[in-house]
Design a protein around this ligand. Structure first.
Ligand SMILES: NC(=O)c1ccc[n+]([C@@H]2O[C@H](COP(=O)([O-])OP(=O)(O)OC[C@H]3O[C@@H](n4cnc5c(N)ncnc54)[C@H](O)[C@@H]3O)[C@@H](O)[C@H]2O)c1
Length: 326
């Protein structure tokens, strides 16, 4: 099935000032959509929306999505065709330390989006789910039907949100797409945050000339997907005409080890000292890999950015940002 370019629509993006959200917003604006970002700026940055701000079709509102009444009023005023719900507490560690906050930001906020979508007859809801719902399921590559074994309140909340959205799609008859992202990387990912992906941490160290640290032997693998591809899947899903609820892995289907990433980075930074190896951390998942077949077959989505291309572009952006620092 080919990817189609949809006609201009109004799209509300929660969490649009974040890493994945801001790339999604850029792509929506580029295809001519009108975009309202609702973000509390809990972890997002207004600078991520610098290029979006140049569009007259772009608006921003600072608001906590979990404040249901206020969020409903905002949605009513904008009357979106689609809501892309990315706002969340994204730290697995923080969800373990503060499960109540995790519940508020990752479950109540989803309910608030459902309430607004129902009240305003929104046609289409896209939800940022996660491969964390599969936990340590070893049945690789993971299909969408694989057993769900979340290992943290974060994974549990994503699964609970999917259940709420499934019921809402059946009850109120709107289209819901739950995008289960695997390991997303790319520009605007914050390496300083305690929950940031390994890719941005390695990149940060290499650009500073510091040896990377690997927990375990480095043979552990992940399914890394570039943020441009993830944003494209969000945009595609926002105009999906599949009726009811659908969940898709958003992944490449390719396993990349930590040593593979270090090899690529070493080509760019040959003088960085040798990798430091530390004891594997208890609970770390050794291998994670998704099956991209369903998204390909039903939505025509295929990841297009190779790891080499994605890393080279990420490096370019990071080094140009670093060189502008005082
Ligand atoms: N980055 C990944 O590899 C990855 C993997 C799987 C799933 N996800 C999911 O993708 C989504 C986006 O993640 P990200 O990596 O861009 O993180 P991010 O922290 O950069 O973005 C999250 C955004 O949500 C905002 N936010 C948080 N709580 C809010 C609230 N109650 N109301 C309004 N805004 C709120 C934050 O300020 C931030 O701008 C999240 O739902 C996350 O769980 C990310």
């Amino acid at each position: 099935m080919p990817e189609e370019t949809p006609s201009p629509r109004r799209v509300l993006v929660t969490g649009g000032a974040g890493f994945i959200g801001s790339h999604t917003v850029d792509q929506l604006l580029a295809q001519g959509d009108e975009v309202l970002v609702v973000d509390s700026l809990a972890t997002g940055k207004i600078e991520n929306l610098d290029s979006a701000s140049a569009f007259s079709s772009f608006r921003f509102e600072q608001l906590d999505v979990a404040r249901s009444d206020a969020f409903c009023r905002t949605t009513e005023a904008f009357r979106p065709h689609a809501i892309i719900h990315l706002a969340a507490l994204v730290s697995v560690q923080e969800s373990i330390q503060n499960p109540a906050l995790n519940f508020e930001r990752n479950v109540l906020a989803t309910q608030s989006v459902i309430d607004a979508a129902q009240r305003c007859q929104v046609e289409n809801v896209v939800f940022a789910s996660s491969a964390a719902i599969y936990g340590d399921n070893p049945d690789l590559p993971l299909k969408e039907s694989a057993e769900k074994r979340p290992l943290s309140p974060y994974g549990g909340a994503k699964l609970a949100s999917e259940a709420l959205l499934l019921a809402a799609a059946n009850t109120y008859h709107f289209t819901v797409t739950a995008n289960r992202y695997f390991n997303v990387y790319g520009p605007r990912q914050d390496p300083k945050s305690p929950y940031s992906g390994v890719m941005s941490i390695f990149l940060d160290r290499f650009t500073q000339g510091i040896a990377p640290t690997v927990f375990g032997d480095g043979a552990q693998t992940r399914d890394f997907i570039n943020v441009q591809d993830v944003a494209r899947m969000n945009v595609l899903a926002a105009s999906s005409t599949l009726p009811g609820f659908h969940a898709f892995n958003v992944c490449t289907g390719k396993a990349t080890s930590l040593l593979d990433i270090i090899d690529v980075l070493r080509e760019h930074f040959p003088n960085v000292p040798e990798t430091t190896f530390k004891e594997a951390r208890a609970g770390d998942i050794i291998h994670s890999l998704g099956s991209p077949e369903s998204a390909r077959g039903k939505l025509g989505f295929r990841a297009q950015v190779s790891l080499n291309e994605g890393l080279a572009h990420y490096l370019q952006t990071t080094t140009s940002v670093t060189s502008q620092l005082p």
